[in-house]
Each structure stands twice: as structure tokens, then as C-alpha cells.
Design a protein around this ligand. Structure first.
Ligand code: C2O
Ligand code: CU
Length: 460
């Protein structure tokens, strides 16, 4: 057996190849429409929302349940729904012109799939994402374990930021030159679940699961927990292989973390400030956790589940399947375009998709991809349809004890990832700074059974 076969074998059993249907079907209706909501500090804001709320509804199912979502587009633009992080049939992935035609205004589409993995996922449009997500279209999909963990309490925090214009409306200038030349659109008003000054009341001794999503277009959050005892339970939905402190974790756009928080039994009256300090000179307060009330019964004493995560210790000595250089140049519809290897994705030219896949990854085999950031900007790289592990940064081996679906490439950094894709199809890969993606930083990966030719593989 060669080293790559051994690397693939290390992945055996880490993720399920197939769904294990429970036989239950969970039906949801999801309608995207303009609406006005009390957001931020309570003022009314014109937004676009799923089912009339921002964030949208938290859809909660159990692993193995069939999820059936009847989607209605009541927006003035075409749209789709992408199920970020969920391994599902390619046709349900919500990528316009690749996996489905965009849903026109007034149109409908039924998404149906059986999640193979438990975890914290989310859904958002994949058409004009930098505008549609920013206007408020995003929601969390929680896939619970077959036997959910007995936390005392579970909360979902959706982190976002808002850029308002002089009238206090969502600034309608999207994809500005400034945002494209920088790290996308960063708004001054940071919110948790749409509101500023969030407070969470927790009982002394309670054990909480906090599911956090970064739904911002461009902003990276670096968690500061202010002494709150919290460990990473999961990253991008998948359990970690060992306990990792959550303090200092960089949550790039698209990333999720699940925190395992243990409030000390003697903490009554204490308040912890959860902050973001990614930009050290401009920290943000995200939420206050206030300890109050009767002590929680000392019940929630269970061991956090640990996943098996392949180490791939020799990964950096194995061949690179594809190197991607990340950079910008002048041109394109916005004046600046972002490229993988000098190529910008043409959103409005479906014909271009046919010859666009830039790599073929053999199904069930080990592949290494390298990202070389030639720019001074941030690029959280997201792969649809698969989880990967970061194995190197700037040529040094990295031992992250978790899989991910989105990983931040810092300015001028080189990042290596390893992946064993288990789901066939044409999957998108893009920067999750939505302005960069809109301006071309997107491409496609074909996952095909080993030995079969990639449909439409392009050899320039
Ligand atoms: Cu959350 Cu293709 O994205
Ligand atoms: Cu980017």
C-alpha cells in the first residue's frame, strides 16, 4: 500500500459514507421575502428575511431524518438556498447554474436530503450572496445526534455585522471598490441574533452548549471569553478529537463552533463578557453571560464526545493535487476581480461553468490542496460537500484536532489541506468573504469515482 492509500485508510470510518435514514421526515416551509424588523438596538430595519425573521428560523432535525424544505422565493431577485456544510446529494446544494437553475422571483423549489452528519450547519442564498446574505437571509440548521447530549441548556448565537447608510437603512451600495480591495464589507454594528447588547442568563453550575455561527459577509471574529470556562466541542459541526480552549478561536465568515460551557457553581452574580478581539485596537462586545437564579442540579456531568480525526502526519510530504494562487487584479464587473490561479468565476455565464472545474478529486481517495495567498487580504476558503483538515501553514505541519469546511488563509500565507471526499458531484469552492466570491473567487471541484474522466475538465 502506498502512502496516499494509507492516508485514505486513516480516514476510514471518520465520516459516514451513507446516510442512515431514521424513517422520519421533517417538513419545513421557508419563504424569503422583504420585511421590516426591529433589529440592532430595536429600531425598525428593512431587511430580506426567511420566514420573517433575522436570523431566519433555526431548523432542528435529528441525524438520519429526511429534511424536506418547501422553499418560496418572494424576493425581487432570483435566489437559491445553499446548505452550508451539509453533505447532501449534489442536486440539493443550491448552486445556481451548476446544481440547479436559480429560483426566479415568485418561484418555488423543494430541497430534500438526509443529513449524514450531526452538527451545527447553516443555510443562505447562493445568488448575489454579498447582497442577499447581508440583507438578512441566513439561518441555522441544527442536526442533532441520534441521542442528543444532556446539556442543561442550548443556545444559538448568530454573529453578524451591519453597515447602515446615513438614513439608518442597510447601505444599498454593495460590492464597492473599497470592500473589494479589502476584506469585504465590514459593518460598524455588530449583533448577536440580530441585536446589540445581548445578554444570556445562566444558572450557577449549569452546563451549556453554545452554537455560534459567523454569518457576516467579511468580518472575522476572534473569540474572547472573559474567563468563561468554555471548550471547543465542535468546529464547523464536527466534534473535535480532544478538548481545545475556545478562547482566541478565529471564526471566519461561514465558520461555526459549538462551545461546551461550564458555569462554576459558585459564580452566582458574576457576569462574563464575550468579546471579539480580531482587530485588537477595535474590540467588540458580543454578549454578556450573567449568572443568576437557582443553582442547576448537578446533573449534566457527561464526557464530551470526541471524534476520531486523522493526523496525516506525513501529509506535507505527499504530492499536491492542485495549487491555487489567490490574488486580485483590475477588471470584471466591479473594477476589481478576485481569482484562483488568475481565473475569475463568471457568475452570469452558465456556459463558463461547463469547463470551469479546476480539479478532479477521486472519490474516497486522499487529496492535498495548497492555497498560496499572493495578496495581503483574508480568504476564508470554503469547500462544498466535504470536510477537510488543515495540515500545513507556511510549510509547517499543523495538528488541528478537528475537521472543517471553511478555513481562513491569512495575508501572504500558504495553507495546505487534506481531504477524502465521500460524496460524488460537482462541488463549489470559494472564498467566504462574499464580496471576494462575488468578484470571482470561486471555482468548482469534480468528485468522481477513481479512474473516471471528469465531465468537462478544462485543460488550459
Ligand atoms: Cu456558505 Cu458556498 O457557501
Ligand atoms: Cu477572499
Amino acid at each position: 500500500m502506498g502512502p496516499e492509500e494509507r492516508a485514505a485508510q486513516e480516514f476510514d470510518g471518520v465520516l459516514a459514507r451513507d446516510a442512515r435514514p431514521s424513517g422520519r421526515t421533517q417538513r419545513f416551509t421557508l419563504t424569503a421575502a422583504p420585511t421590516a424588523l426591529a433589529l440592532l438596538d430595536g429600531r425598525s430595519l428593512d431587511v430580506w428575511a426567511y420566514n420573517g425573521s433575522v436570523p431566519g428560523p433555526t431548523l432542528r432535525v435529528r441525524k438520519g431524518d429526511r429534511v424536506r424544505v418547501e422553499f418560496h422565493n418572494r424576493l425581487p431577485q432570483p435566489t437559491t438556498v445553499h446548505w452550508h456544510g451539509v453533505r447532501l446529494p449534489n442536486a440539493m446544494d443550491g448552486v445556481p447554474g451548476v446544481t440547479q437553475p436559480p429560483v426566479p422571483p415568485g418561484g418555488d423549489f423543494v430541497y430534500e436530503f438526509v443529513p449524514k452528519d450531526a452538527g451545527t450547519f447553516w443555510f443562505h442564498p447562493h445568488v448575489r450572496g454579498s447582497e442577499q446574505v447581508e440583507r438578512g437571509l441566513h439561518g441555522v440548521l441544527v442536526v442533532e445526534d441520534e441521542a442528543p447530549l444532556p446539556f442543561d441548556e442550548e443556545v444559538v448565537w448568530v454573529l453578524d455585522d451591519w453597515r447602515l447608510d446615513a438614513q439608518g437603512a442597510v447601505d444599498p451600495a454593495f460590492n464597492t471598490r473599497h470592500d473589494l480591495a479589502h476584506d469585504g464589507r465590514w459593518g460598524r454594528d455588530v449583533t448577536v441574533n440580530g441585536r446589540t447588547n445581548s445578554r444570556l442568563f445562566a444558572r450557577p453550575g449549569a452546563r451549556l452548549r453554545v452554537r455560534i455561527l459567523n454569518a457576516a459577509n467579511g468580518r472575522v471574529f476572534r473569540l474572547g471569553l472573559g474567563g468563561l470556562p468554555a471548550r471547543l466541542l465542535a468546529v464547523d459541526g464536527a466534534y473535535t478529537s480532544r478538548a481545545v480552549p475556545a478562547d482566541g478561536f478565529e471564526l471566519a465568515p461561514g465558520n461555526r463552533v459549538d462551545l461546551d460551557v461550564s458555569i462554576p457553581p459558585d459564580a452566582a452574580g458574576r457576569a462574563y463578557a464575550v468579546t471579539d478581539n480580531f482587530v485588537a485596537r477595535m474590540p467588540n462586545t458580543l454578549a454578556a453571560v450573567e449568572v443568576t437564579g437557582e443553582p442547576a442540579r448537578p446533573a449534566a456531568r457527561f464526557a464530551a464526545p470526541r471524534a476520531r480525526v486523522p493526523l496525516w502526519a506525513n501529509g506535507l510530504s505527499l504530492p499536491i493535487r492542485q495549487t491555487y494562487r489567490l490574488d486580485a487584479r483590475a477588471g470584471g464587473p466591479f473594477g476589481i476581480e478576485w481569482t484562483f490561479n488568475g481565473e475569475a468565476f463568471r457568475h452570469d455565464d452558465p456556459a463558463a461553468h461547463e469547463h470551469h472545474p479546476t480539479a478532479t478529486l477521486p472519490l474516497g481517495r486522499w487529496s492535498r490542496l495548497r492555497f498560496v495567498n499572493d495578496s495581503y487580504r483574508l480568504h476564508p476558503i470554503h469547500l462544498h460537500g466535504m470536510f477537510f483538515r488543515v495540515i500545513g501553514r507556511d510549510g509547517a505541519f499543523v495538528d488541528e484536532p478537528f475537521l472543517r469546511d471553511t478555513a481562513l488563509v491569512h495575508p501572504r500565507e500558504t495553507m495546505d489541506i487534506a481531504v477524502v471526499p465521500l460524496d460524488e458531484g460537482r462541488w463549489m469552492m470559494h472564498c467566504h468573504i462574499l464580496e471576494h466570491a462575488e468578484a470571482g473567487m470561486m471555482t468548482l471541484l469534480d468528485v468522481v469515482p477513481p479512474g473516471s474522466p471528469s465531465p468537462g475538465m478544462h485543460h488550459p
